[in-house]
Design a protein around this ligand. Structure first.
Ligand code: NAD
Ligand code: MG
Length: 407
């Protein structure tokens, strides 16, 4: 379970007067920037150890200087010289390469914000988990690709996993551990994305620009496309299953275009507890940073009278087949979930590169998973190495499928 019984012992942003020692993986991204915005508003509350980014050394250096980090790491080795130059004279140390990212992640801190996008986040986040570090987890791919291994590593080390993802953070806020046996189901809400009201014909010719324009949230490219297909919500079902001890059939999805109610838990007495808030990731991020207390954020305060109407509808399985694919992968097993993520990463990139139409994303992922399940057992992953092996096979098969379509 999320908090792993360490509520009393895990050091958090509000629990003591000493600043919270914090590292941020993926500091140059959308979640990273929102985290650093909160840090910059209350600099005395935080002591920043490491920031990492993939390629953008200049942005990373600027962020490291702004929050007075000790160390900055860029995953792309060719960006090292640029990072070193940008940090010269600041006293901030730096390094480059995936191994340096994992090394930085394993440095002792009170909390690590895991905000790398994609399967690339798994190894470094796991390094921190194995150290027993409290994780503010945005990188849902850790749970999609290797959820059982990730959560059992957390149990073994005593690491507390706090969900940043807004729906899971909402559920976490209203999840009564003491009444676990009285929980009937939880609901993850989905905005429905930019194509919620599109016909299939309109979706077929939808452009990357249109798909990237999320109606309510400002996010990185991959999760924006995943929101348009609703694969993001599919991943979130898998994520919820690992964070909260519930069966797949107890995890429901409801389309809620206003993105005000983020998640709900239904109890045996008929009560439904929900968390509401403006769609601003600084609210769930701050909830993790300050947990078990709270901290002030500049998020817009809800004006329900002005909003007047909150609406909910069931997701359309015909226009959004990604939800079905995710549930099927989850039922098939851990390797199928890892393959689903890898295939999705490849298809989203192909769509952004205009090599694949919008509906082709889910159609091709389905073919990749069918091919992989026909050629082997997708039920288990016994190690991170196995999860990564499934990931690379799925990427290869995905690229073959795309190449086959264009020839
Ligand atoms: P983003 O694309 O804006 O940023 C991704 C970050 O990861 C960047 O700092 C980038 O430099 C880094 N990165 C990318 N590839 C890397 C690699 N190979 N090695 C090391 N670093 C790498 O993405 P984002 O929107 O901030 O999302 C980050 C994670 O948080 C994703 O897993 C996403 O699903 C999750 N999440 C995001 C939001 C949101 O509102 N943006 C909400 C919920 C969950
Ligand atoms: Mg979410």
């Amino acid at each position: 379970m999320v908090e792993n019984g360490r509520r009393q012992t895990a050091k958090t942003g509000g629990g003591s007067n000493a600043p919270l020692r914090l590292s941020v993986l993926g500091a140059s991204g959308s979640i990273g920037a929102s985290t650093l915005d909160l840090v910059a508003r209350e600099p005395d509350r935080f002591d920043i150890c490491t920031l990492t980014a993939n390629t953008n050394a200049e942005a990373l250096a600027a962020a490291a200087i702004m929050v007075r980090a000790d160390h900055a790491v860029v995953a792309d080795e060719s960006a090292y010289e640029c990072l070193k130059t940008a940090l010269s004279g600041t006293g901030i140390t730096c390094a480059a390469g995936p191994a340096a990212v994992a090394e930085a992640a394993s440095r002792p801190v009170d909390m690590l914000v895991a905000a790398i996008v994609g399967a690339a986040g798994l190894a470094p986040t796991l390094a921190a988990v194995r150290n027993g570090t409290t994780i503010a987890l945005a990188n849902k791919e850790c749970l999609v690709c290797a959820g059982d291994l990730f959560m059992s590593a957390a149990r073994a080390s005593g690491a507390t996993i706090l969900p940043v993802d807004s729906e899971h953070n909402a559920v976490f806020q209203v999840f009564e551990q003491g009444n676990l046996d009285q929980i009937e189901c939880l609901t993850l809400t989905a905005s429905g994305g930019p194509f919620r009201a599109y016909s299939l014909d309109e979706m077929r010719v939808a452009s990357p620009e249109a798909a990237l324009k999320h109606p309510n949230w400002s996010m990185g490219a991959r999760i924006s496309i995943d929101s348009a297909t609703m694969m993001n919500k599919g991943f979130e079902i898998i994520e919820a299953h690992h964070l909260f001890p519930l069966r797949q059939d107890q995890i429901e999805v409801l389309v809620h275009p206003q993105s005000v109610v983020h998640g709900m838990v239904q109890y045996s007495d008929g009560s439904v507890l929900a968390q509401l808030g403006a769609p601003d990731m600084r609210t769930p991020i701050s909830h993790c940073l300050a947990w078990p207390r709270r901290m002030r954020t500049p998020a817009t305060r809800l004006d329900l009278a002005a909003l007047a109407t909150l609406t909910f509808e069931a997701p359309d399985p015909v226009r959004f087949p990604a939800l079905r694919l995710a549930r099927a992968a989850m039922a098939a097993g851990a390797a199928a979930s890892a393959a689903l993520n890898a295939a999705d990463e490849v298809m989203v990139k192909a769509f952004l590169d205009r090599k694949l139409g919008f509906l082709g994303i889910a159609e091709t992922i389905e073919r990749v998973l069918a091919r992989m399940s026909a050629s082997g057992d997708l039920s288990e992953v016994r190690s991170i190495e196995e999860a990564m092996a499934v990931d690379s096979v799925a990427r290869r098969v995905s690229l073959e499928e795309i190449a086959g379509m264009t020839h």
